[in-house]
Design a protein around this ligand. Structure first.
Ligand SMILES: Cc1ncc(COP(=O)(O)O)c(C=O)c1O
Length: 392
């Protein structure tokens, strides 16, 4: 169709529905299907948070448009929590609330780059990041990572990719989707240094930061640098930490100059973020610390269960795991990951996403979102993977 924007036509189709289709064709011969595809919280949000949202939704004043960058109560609450966690003062003026972290990414990229520019993405990448760049005509420049390095990107390799002067930003996701890698603070600091030195932005997506092990509660020290506002943009999602993906709320933390430009984009694409959830979360950030801690412990223990169960499996290798995900090398040598994932879903009722959804050169891997299943579900899934490889 000639009327369609060619850049959008050339953008890949959202991959999750294809994968869900494989699982829906499974005949339950080994028991119910186990969906380890999407990073969706497996448990419900706390009743107290739902009650706050219900009260806010029943208040007619909340039905009006709100502020473009979000209601001040939530911006202040997030600024307070972020200041405490990172040990550095962050003000509400540095915070914008968005309709989820995906929208935060689209907004940030529109504020930083335009068609013909490039943005550096470590591979494997989060597919919505690559899709966003593709539809805006921005080159997603691949920064390869290796299993040997735990899929942690190398700053000197990144530097070598900046030489033509087209790169406007480097995007890091830590804890990472899809690999689960938690980048060391020194690596994050080295990337910030490179961005500062070369005058480009570091976009740091910390959607999964609430699931880091407690000893890594401060994921990096970048906000302690007096000049962080010149180059750092931090993205966050309320979806996973509060189990509210359907509320569509996330955030951008950035310096005032960037926030000024972000405000123009947000006015066009959201006018204001949805308000009832904002009101509930403004309360929840401070009030639900214990609930979040219990949630973190639960997800960390699922990660342990997964790692332990996988140890007994011949041929499979957990090349990285952390926060929500494991990135696993499958034993079906030479078979493309999409074919392996389809076979596992159709015949064994375990849905993982193929590595090929996450960039070039990923056909040997599958992503398993173990956080979606309880401990029994994880054991059952791993036992089916064992049977699948034995019967191949
Ligand atoms: C790395 C990363 N960023 C952003 C998002 C989107 O989160 P939200 O629901 O806040 O849009 C996800 C969701 O899976 C993600 O994995």
């Amino acid at each position: 169709m000639t009327m369609i924007n060619p850049m959008l036509r050339d953008t890949g189709t959202p991959p999750i529905p294809e994968a869900k289709g494989w699982l829906s064709a499974y005949d339950c011969r080994h028991g119910p299907g186990i969906d380890l595809s999407q990073a969706a919280p497996g448990s419900a949000p706390p009743d107290s948070l739902l009650a706050r949202a219900a009260t806010a939704a029943a208040d007619p004043s909340g039905a009006r448009y709100g502020a473009i960058q979000g209601d001040i109560a939530l911006r202040e609450a997030l600024a307070r929590e972020t200041s405490g966690r990172y040990g550095a003062p962050i003000s509400a003026q540095n915070v914008a609330i968005t309709a989820g972290c995906n929208q935060a990414f689209v907004t940030t990229i529109m504020a930083l780059a335009s068609a013909g520019d490039a943005v550096l993405l470590p591979v494997p990448w989060y597919f919505n990041h690559q899709m966003t760049l593709a539809m805006l005509g921005i080159e997603a420049r691949a920064l390869p990572t290796t299993p040997q390095a735990g899929f942690v990107p190398d700053v000197e390799a990144a530097r070598a990719l900046l030489r033509d002067g087209k790169v406007r930003a480097i995007v890091l996701v830590s804890p990472n989707n899809p690999t689960g890698a938690v980048y060391p603070p020194a690596t994050i600091a080295a990337f910030a240094g490179l961005c500062r030195e070369t005058g480009i932005a570091l976009v740091l997506d910390e959607t999964y930061r609430d699931f880091m092990p407690p000893e890594r509660d401060r994921p990096h020290h970048l906000f302690e640098a007096p000049d962080w506002r010149s180059h750092l943009i931090q993205l966050y999602s309320f979806s996973k930490a509060y189990a509210v993906p359907g509320w569509r709320l996330g955030s951008i933390i950035a310096g005032e100059a960037i926030q000024h430009e972000v405000g123009k984009v947000l006015d066009c694409i959201q006018i204001c973020p949805a308000r009832a959830g904002q009101s509930a979360l403004a309360w929840g950030i401070g009030a639900l610390t214990d609930w979040r801690e219990a949630n973190r412990a639960d997800i960390n223990s699922r990660a342990d269960t997964f790692r332990q169960a996988m140890r007994a499996l011949n041929g499979w290798s957990v090349d990285q795991a952390g926060a929500y995900f494991a990135y696993v090398r499958h034993p079906f040598a030479g078979v493309p990951a999409a074919q392996v994932a389809e076979m596992l879903a159709l015949r064994w009722g375990v849905l993982a996403l193929p590595g090929s959804y996450f960039g070039p050169g990923q056909d040997g891997h599958l992503r398993l979102a173990f956080a979606n299943a309880d401990e029994a579900g994880i054991r059952q899934a791993v036992s089916r993977l064992a049977q699948a490889s034995r019967s191949a």
